[in-house]
Design a protein around this ligand. Structure first.
Ligand code: G3P
Length: 214
């Protein structure tokens, strides 16, 4: 699996988010790869209605219908066509009790949960919440040029040992098919990435290369 987190990159906002998501759809269709996108909340409805790949939210709040001004309601994500949610990204860290409550709410509305962790140990500590996936991303490598696969492969092996391969995703600095191949070989199901695609001159070529690593 490849998940591209659109974050708030300019190339991945509004109309550009739609075009970039369409490119992901094209590559998913051409390669048969499981490719998903995590888009900004305001872009989610349009993209999930018009792009035929799983679309995720980058966050939800553990609120219910009613008095929760300014929050992201899990039901709204689901009704807008969202299929999953990223929680606890290192740019959007949550207190443990909020994370637990958010995972519970996500499950109640049927969203696939991808929980981010900054280390293998932290990732393993989230197993008690039974998320669908745990994405281990060393924060110092996020958005950089060096991938976790090439610079710290031992983190992938250690994560696979502590978390198990079934739920494990790896991210930070992932840029090409070789990074994906290493991550898979060392025990991950797939990768979570952002800048390798959102900053690429030719995102389709990058995605084709990434997909070749699955
Ligand atoms: O959510 C993915 C992420 O934090 C990794 O970002 O830019 O290093 O691929 P990047």
């Amino acid at each position: 699996m490849i998940i591209t987190n659109f974050k708030t990159y300019e190339t991945a906002t509004s109309d550009k988010a739609f075009s970039l998501a369409k490119i992901h759809e094209e590559v998913a269709k051409e390669t048969g790869a499981d490719i998903r996108v995590a888009v900004q909340a305001v872009d989610l409805a349009r993209i999930s209605h018009e792009v035929d790949i799983p679309v995720m939210a980058q966050h939800i709040d553990p609120v219910t219908h009613g008095s929760a001004t300014g929050h992201i309601l899990p039901e709204s994500v689901q009704l807008a066509g969202g299929k999953g949610v990223i929680l606890n990204h290192s740019e959007r860290r949550l207190k443990r009790e909020i994370l637990e409550a958010s995972i519970k709410r996500a499950k109640e509305v049927g969203l696939v949960t991808v929980i981010c962790a900054e280390s293998p140990e932290e990732g393993a500590s989230f197993l008690e919440f039974d998320p669908d996936f745990i994405a281990v991303e060393p924060p110092e490598l996020i958005g950089g040029d060096i991938s976790v696969s090439t610079s710290q492969p031992e983190i992938i092996e250690h994560s696979a040992k502590l978390i198990g391969s079934e739920k494990l995703l790896i991210g930070a600095g992932i840029k090409n098919g070789e990074d994906v191949r290493i991550a898979k070989k060392l025990g991950a199901q797939g990768v979570l990435l952002a800048s390798g695609v959102t900053k690429a001159e030719n995102p389709k070529a990058v995605l084709m290369d990434l997909a070749s690593g699955l």
